[in-house]
Design a protein around this ligand. Structure first.
Ligand code: ATP
Length: 301
């Protein structure tokens, strides 16, 4: 497997703020790689340094075997960058926007129209960019990042501010892009998005990478108990401990009774026999629990 991106001990400060504080990671060719962290974690700054849009204070970046800084024109046709807060040319239609972007790379109008189709915007081809919805604008900006068929795509919080349906549609699109063999690097502050899309995730906070692994391995590494909840009213917290051995952290908020166990089979069997499974929800650990374990605090995007 070849390495597309190699980042070694990169640092960047803005005055007193250490935005990126000794970050190292590698991204393999064809991988879907995520940088996950709350607001201000340093994701965008890291990405901009890797893309060659920003100079690091110290440390090294190798992008497709080249140095992205100082600005490296050889890399431009090979990478696609979708920026946070899309900057479109004003007063152009979606199609004109994409044709203009394409022409900067010597890409003809046919390919630009194919991209419009790929992101599901053919019907909006004649609509001015300022009239597009948030989700449509995000998809157009992704089409702009892909129009020259780059082998590596960077997406900075592509689903921020989208409604749940639009996010899901965009996830399908991003998956399809990765399945064509392109390397995708995405930043996000959505745990579920990282868990669902990424082959590997770097969890970032306060300018540092806390851990990198597959979402499954990160969660497995926690060895966390299973969380079970049922409607309260059918049994009290005291009943739970009586009904089933090995439960802990019993909490009743008046509507839902929640507790944890390391022996879900036995507990669920006991609850079923006691006929108190109404409203049952069973949840394993998530990346949210991983973040809590790593930082000692709840995740706040
Ligand atoms: N141009 C800048 N000048 C000064 N400080 C900056 C600048 N850009 C970022 N910062 C600061 O650096 C830190 C990291 O910011 P960055 O945008 O990289 O984080 P992020 O993880 O991408 O956050 P978000 O999810 O909000 O985009 C923050 O404290 C931010 O306020």
């Amino acid at each position: 497997m070849s390495v597309s991106i190699r980042v070694t001990d990169v640092r960047k400060s803005y005055g007193d703020v250490r935005a990126v504080d000794g970050v190292s990671f590698e991204v393999n060719s064809g991988e879907f790689f995520g940088i996950l962290g709350p607001n201000g974690a340093g994701k965008t700054t890291t990405l901009e340094i890797v893309e060659g849009l920003r100079q690091s204070d110290t440390g090294g970046v190798e992008l497709l075997g080249e140095s992205p800084w100082p600005r490296n024109p050889k890399l431009l046709p090979r990478i696609g960058v979708q920026l946070q807060g899309t900057a479109f040319f004003e007063r152009l239609t979606a199609r004109e926007q994409l044709h203009t972007f394409g022409s900067l790379y010597g890409v003809g109008p046919k390919r630009a129209d194919e991209m419009l189709e790929l992101v599901g915007l053919t019907e909006k081809a004649g609509t001015r960019v300022e009239k597009l919805s948030g989700g449509q604008a995000q998809r157009l900006s992704i089409a702009c990042a892909l129009v020259h068929d780059p082998e590596l795509v960077f997406l900075d919080e592509p689903t921020a501010a989208l409604d749940p349906q639009a996010r899901r549609n965009l996830w399908d699109l991003l998956r399809a892009i990765n399945e064509t063999g392109r390397t995708v690097v995405l930043t996000t502050h959505y745990m579920d998005e990282a868990e669902l899309l990424c082959d590997r995730v770097a969890i970032m906070d306060h300018g540092k990478i806390l851990k990198i692994d597959t979402p499954a391995a990160l969660v497995r590494g926690l060895d966390a108990p299973t969380r079970i909840s049922v409607d309260s009213g059918n049994l009290s917290a005291a009943d739970v401990t009586r009904v089933a051995d090995g439960v802990a952290e019993v909490a009743d908020d008046g509507a839902i009774l929640t507790f944890t166990t390391r022996d879900p089979s036995t507990v669920l069997t006991a609850l079923a026999e006691a006929r108190v499974l109404n409203g049952l929800q069973v949840r394993g650990a998530t990346l949210e629990d991983v973040f809590l374990e790593l930082t000692g605090r709840e995740y706040r995007a």
